[in-house]
Design a protein around this ligand. Structure first.
Ligand code: ATP
Ligand code: MG
Length: 560
């Protein structure tokens, strides 16, 4: 067998063992089963990479199954977005299925359970059912309807389906054990009445099956071998196995649980993400600050960086909170290798080169990537009027500030050495322009006499640059674990976005396509926003800074 390219984990070990023993006839079949009630997030990406990755590596199959048995919260908008996200991550499903495809069959299976005496119609009101369920320390109480005859149960269940009863009048329950130490086994509800249309089956059904009933049976119907889910379903596994055993399906899948992804400085429950969107705290599901796959894409994350993240965090049974820097480093590494380098000045300060002829301009060669010559080079214009970054000049520089200051010489990347001769200020004393001179002998950035120049600055030609909006993002929440001390909205980071207008970018960026990635030298990685691309206007999103500024801040705080 060939070495799998992903690291080993306990799930792969189980699968390899099953392949050795021929448990499923050498078959590996997984599925990714989202509920279409929101957009996918980075946690789902972990599950997608796991399920599709296993299918790829073991020559198996992976279905995309919409777990759509909860009609109120579901919508086709979400279905389409989920498909797009899975494809964008680079995976292709074998079959696209829906739990609702199986509603007829699930109904037949329910009749089978009733006939076997394994399910009954309960007519207790919902609050009584809850009350009779008992607690972790006390057993439940059997419903007075528990011992209805098979005939009566069949009759009532068929009439439930026919729409004879209002919501809440009856439910179908599994008949297991009201004294089980596992609350999930205390006669769980299998079907409830809901007079609600479904986005696929319309008004055909007014009873809908519950997750713990739909899920194992959908797996069995699709002949899934390994049904991977997150740890909170561990206590549901006995019920999963019970349903499959009592219905007596031909295929018998096995549920295996792994720890869900938890990530610092964000929230991942779809309920909370929904609140962020509907209350307008963010600009939609694909806001670049959102942990959704569509948000990360718009922010500038690449599919490769997210797949790499899934590999780096691994798959275990132990809950752990992953640091945001792990995710950020994945995209940094990918973009460092692949993103072309360009120059853009975010907060411009005008520089005039006094000894550069007014009517002259030249185009200087600049490499698109410092160590990948195959990525080619471009020419960038130089002239008498330039912009540099405001933060690259200080009138009274402290020690260790190696950038521009009065009387000091620095290198302009790919261009010349310049010296600051004069500082021009406005009436309020703000620096508005620098008058410099350049050394005509230093083209390319080295002085003929080999004199040392410490600082190298990025810059653009003021005559050729174009003005653009740049959005700088920071973490959406200002604490690692939003909502631990109450309302998660109170932990939103008020400075999670900074919009800069009038940034000056080198002319080659004028042709950049939506979604294209760049490294702005010395600044970070940016991409062209795909939404704000209208009429040739480009907005650039900062994906991530070059260095990990947060880690630095945290280190500094720790050593104080
Ligand atoms: P949410 O809490 O965001 O609503 P969910 O589990 O209800 O999550 P589903 O659409 O039901 O969302 O999930 C589809 C699949 O993705 C499930 O198999 C689920 O276990 C998995 N999944 C969801 N969140 C995570 C996560 N944070 N880490 C790993 N897998 C996850
Ligand atoms: Mg769910």
């Amino acid at each position: 067998m060939t070495e799998p390219r992903t690291p080993r984990n306990f799930i792969r070990e189980i699968i390899e063992e099953d392949l050795r023993t021929g448990k499923y006839g050498g078959r590996v079949a997984t599925r990714f089963p989202p509920e279409p009630n929101g957009y996918l997030h980075i946690g789902h990406a972990k599950s997608i990479c796991l399920n599709f990755g296993i299918a790829e590596d073991y020559g198996g199959t992976c279905n995309l199954r919409f777990d759509d048995s909860n009609p109120e919260k579901e919508d086709v908008e979400y279905v389409e977005a989920i498909k797009e996200d899975v494809r964008w991550l680079g995976f292709q499903w074998d079959r696209l299925t829906h739990a609702s495809d199986y509603f007829d069959q699930l109904y037949e299976y329910a009749l089978r359970l009733i006939r076997k005496g394994k399910a009954y119609v309960d007519s207790l009101p919902p609050e009584k059912i809850r009350e009779f369920r008992g607690t972790l320390t006390e057993p439940g109480i059997e419903s007075p309807y528990r011992n209805r005859s098979v005939e009566e149960n069949l009759d009532l269940f068929q009439r439930m389906r026919a729409g004879e009863f209002p919501d809440g009048a009856h439910v179908l329950r599994a008949k297991i054990d009201m004294a089980s130490p596992n609350l999930n086994m205390r006669d769980p509800v299998l079907y409830r009445i809901k007079h609600v249309p479904h986005h696929r089956t319309g008004d055909h059904w007014c009873i809908y099956p519950m997750y713990d009933y739909v899920h194992p049976l959908s797996d069995a119907i699709e002949c899934i071998t390994h049904s991977l889910c997150t740890l909170e379903f561990e206590d549901h596994r006995p019920l999963y196995d019970w349903v499959i055993r009592e219905v007596g399906t031909e295929c018998v899948p096995r549920q295996i649980e792994f720890a869900r992804l938890q990530l610092e400085y964000t929230v991942m429950s779809k309920r909370r993400l929904q609140v962020l969107v509907s209350e307008g705290h963010v600009d939609g599901w694909d806001d670049p600050r959102m942990p959704t796959i569509s948000g990360l894409r718009r922010r500038g994350y690449t599919p490769a960086s997210i797949r790499d993240f899934a590999e780096r965090i691994g798959v275990t049974k132990k809950d752990a909170v992953i640091r945001m820097t792990v995710l950020e480093n994945c995209v940094r590494d990918d973009l460092n290798a692949h993103a072309p380098r360009v120059m853009g000045v975010l907060e411009p300060l005008k520089v005039t080169i006094r000894n550069y002829p007014e009517d002259q301009e030249e185009w200087l060669p600049a490499a698109n990537h410092p160590n990948r010559p195959e990525m080619g080079s471009r020419e960038i214009p130089f002239c008498r009027e330039l912009y540099i970054e405001r933060a690259d000049f200080m009138e009274h520089p402290p020690r260790k500030f190696f950038r521009l200051a009065p009387g000091r010489e620095v290198r302009l990347r790919y261009a010349y050495l310049i010296t600051c001769e004069e500082v021009i200020k406005d009436a309020e004393g703000n620096v508005v322009e620098l008058i410099c001179t350049y050394d005509p002998q230093s083209r390319g950035g080295t002085a003929p006499d080999g004199r040392k120049v410490k600082g190298t600055l990025h810059w653009v030609s003021a005559r050729h640059a174009f003005s653009a909006e740049v959005r700088l993002y920071d973490r959406l929440f200002r604490v690692p674990n939003p909502g631990v001390k109450g309302d998660f909205l109170a932990d939103l980071n008020p400075d999670s976005i900074r919009v800069l207008h009038g940034c000056q970018l080198e002319p080659s960026l004028g042709n950049a396509a939506p979604g294209q990635h760049f490294q702005f030298e010395r600044q970070g990685y940016f991409c062209v926003d795909s939404r704000a691309f209208t009429g040739g206007r480009r907005v650039f999103n900062r994906t991530v800074t070059l260095r990990d500024t947060w880690a630095k801040i945290e280190r500094e705080l720790a050593t104080r």
